[in-house]
Design a protein around this ligand. Structure first.
Ligand SMILES: NC(=O)N[C@@H](CC(=O)O)C(=O)O
Ligand SMILES: [Zn+2]
Ligand SMILES: [Zn+2]
Length: 433
């Protein structure tokens, strides 16, 4: 296995050192590390070295919608975006609600080899919201599932939600809730507010998210279980999580890059690229989620990478699918919204994009580790001074529904390493395994 010597890199944005990756681990770290025979020397140029990013919320679409994405294309996109592990959501066809399907997805991830794929198991059979899926069998399978979610749908029945929260305690699992009160969002197309009223699209009120989050933190407290809130998007949601944490409730929360950076103003052009669930909210909500992420109320950034084929997006707004891609722009958007604005450091970025998601997903034995000798060499090298214009068709994902098309974003992933093997070098995926 090729060894890599990264010369002059800045771990977590600190002082420049040399880092030697050999036999899958960080073998040496310090000033003037000598290159062993055969090692590839990478000029780090004082770029920032972070632990490999971990996405707790990715849609890989396989099995069933390989026209939108496959495990291969989605995980290649993940590596290009600096990720070394992703959790693959269960809303595939068939749904990942059995040990058989989660093992299939896990194996496809292994075969592709770009990142570690950790399948998420569905909470209910077929995402139907009526019967609990075989959570224990998925947890005990080769895929070792610890995160359970009906994402795309809300586990709306409070009795089922309670049972799921109770059940996952047996194997230290977590229920990741897509918080959307279905009756309050029937037919909803975008955030309910001034813009929806002006442009005449049916609104999705903030309360439809907040009511479910409030209910679920209370249920989690009642049964003493672990709850994770997917793609939180409103000021009120941040306030509920802050309150729940102050009470000692075991809840974690995520925000997406798009909810950190875009508002419902983008709907004015009726371009369905900006149609997403939960919807883009107001500038005040964006401010609140930025504050919540910086102060630790929100634990992680997760992409909610939701690829869709052109025909499901290139149509009138009401007919279009919800969702946007995100794996290849996440780090840049976080840099722009949080680092370049002085709200967060690179240490914080590592916390919200690697350390905390690895802990929540219970993969912290391998991911989100300190950058230190003996640790697994899951790493990403970032050039924060670079900029690029986003072009959907030049990305690795099989879909082009990025809301950042044409935007100039800061930062570039220079290299990604998975257990010491380069998956990305010079900014491009490395094909050979
Ligand atoms: N976010 C979205 O708008 N869409 C997601 C589902 C989801 O995350 O709820 C999808 O699967 O397309
Ligand atoms: Zn969702
Ligand atoms: Zn999702």
């Amino acid at each position: 296995m090729t060894a890599y010597l990264l010369r002059n890199v800045r771990p977590l944005g600190g002082d420049a050192v040399d880092v030697l990756l050999s036999d899958g681990v960080i073998a040496a770290l310090g000033a003037d590390v000598e290159a062993p025979a055969g090692a590839v020397v990478v000029d780090g140029a004082e770029h920032v070295l972070l632990p490999g990013l971990v996405d707790l919320h990715t849609h890989l679409r396989e099995p069933g919608r390989e026209d939108a994405e496959t495990v291969e294309s989605g995980t290649r996109a993940a590596a290009a975006g600096g990720f070394t592990a992703v959790h693959a959501m269960a809303n595939t066809t068939p749904v990942a609600d059995t040990a058989g399907v989660v093992e299939q997805v896990w194996r496809l991830g292994q075969d592709a080899g770009w990142v570690d794929v950790h399948p998420v198991g569905a909470v209910t059979v077929g995402l139907g919201g009526e019967h609990l899926a075989e959570l224990g069998a998925m947890a005990g399978s080769k895929a070792n599932v610890r995160v359970f979610s009906d994402d795309g749908k809300c586990v709306h029945d409070p009795v089922l939600m309670r049972r799921a929260l109770e059940y996952v305690k047996a194997f230290d699992g977590v229920v990741a809730q897509h918080a959307q009160e279905p009756r309050l969002t029937d037919g909803a197309q975008m955030h309910e507010g001034v813009v929806s009223a002006e442009i005449g699209l049916a609104g999705w009120p903030a309360v439809a998210e907040e009511a479910i989050i409030a209910r679920d933190v209370l249920l989690a407290e009642h049964v003493g279980s672990r709850l994770h809130v997917c793609h939180l998007s409103t000021r009120g949601s941040v306030e509920i999580i802050r309150w729940a944490k102050s009470r000692g409730i075991d809840v974690t929360a995520e925000v997406t890059p798009h909810h950190l950076s875009l508002t419902d103003d983008n709907a004015r052009g009726y371009d369905p690229t900006f149609k997403v669930n939960p919807p883009l909210r107001t500038a005040d909500d964006v401010e609140a989620v930025r504050e919540g992420l910086a102060d630790g109320t929100i634990d992680i950034v997760a992409t909610d990478h939701a690829p869709h084929p052109v025909e499901d997006k290139d149509c009138e707004w009401a007919a279009a699918a919800f969702g946007m891609t995100g794996l290849e722009t996440a780090l840049s958007v976080v840099q722009e919204a949080m680092v370049d604005t002085g709200r967060m450091t690179w240490v914080d970025v590592a916390r919200v994009l690697s350390v905390n998601p690895a802990r929540i997903g219970r993969i912290a034995d391998a991911h989100g580790r300190p950058i230190a000798v003996g640790e697994p060499a899951n790493l990403v090298l970032v050039d924060p001074a670079a900029t690029r214009v986003v072009d959907g068709s030049q990305q690795e994902t099989a879909s082009v529904n990025t809301p950042f098309r044409g935007r100039t974003l800061p930062g570039r992933v220079v290299a990604t390493f998975l257990r010491g093997r380069a998956t990305v070098l010079d900014g491009s995926p490395v094909v050979a395994r």
